[in-house]
Design a protein around this ligand. Structure first.
Ligand code: GRF
Length: 188
């Protein structure tokens, strides 16, 4: 059984997609051991229900590492987690940290490109295709090995809200599939 730690900062719809995938056995050989947020007020923590959850300030990276080790975590999923992970954790969990990004990396990513800012930049650039990407996390922002991508068409009358909604649905899909891919890889 793969022990997953899910790190969140906000609404938690990606977290909810993983919870639902586990509940419906779409993901059947992994469990969420802990949900960690750097934001006490993150709605994502309300979604935890009967799953262990913990607030850890982004300043307390030693507590974060200790918590991951204590929970025998095999896979860390950054589901809208805003802080940059400290390199000691990234190196310790090399190729075991998955991030979801709301664009087709390497477009519209890197420092300052997060959440709605990504969709604003996409609309401003006038591109016709955007999408979502999952990737392994390395020591620079949004540059690790890409796991999965899926395209989303940009409509002429799109707003940040309408585009974000369609991209978010694709994020949920590829994040769940990326976790399944990781679990399959662990079995080999
Ligand atoms: C998503 O757009 C994700 O791609 C980005 O942050 C947002 C988190 O959304 N990293 P949610 O908290 O999972 O709803």
């Amino acid at each position: 059984m793969i022990n997953i730690a899910i790190l969140v900062s906000g609404n938690g719809t990606n977290l909810q997609a993983i919870i639902d995938a586990i509940d419906t056995k779409i993901i059947n050989d992994a469990q969420i051991s802990i949900i960690i947020s750097n934001n006490k007020n993150a709605y994502a923590l309300q979604r935890a229900k009967n799953i262990k959850s913990k607030f850890i300030s982004s300043k307390d990276s030693h507590i974060l590492l200790q918590t991951l080790l204590q929970n025998n975590i095999d896979l860390i999923v950054l589901a809208g987690y805003l802080p940059i992970l400290p390199s000691d954790i990234i190196l310790k969990y090399e190729n075991k940290i998955i991030n979801i990004h709301p664009s087709l990396i390497p477009s519209f990513c890197g420092k300052g490109f997060y959440g709605e800012k990504v969709h604003e930049a996409v609309l401003k650039a006038g591109v016709k295709i955007t999408g979502a990407t999952t990737h392994f996390v390395d020591c620079t922002v949004d540059t690790g090995k890409i796991i999965m991508q899926k395209a989303v068409e940009v409509y002429d009358n799109d707003t940040v809200e309408t585009l974000k909604k369609r991209v978010l649905a694709v994020e949920h899909e590829i994040l769940v599939k990326s976790i399944i891919f990781f679990c399959e890889k662990c079995k080999k």
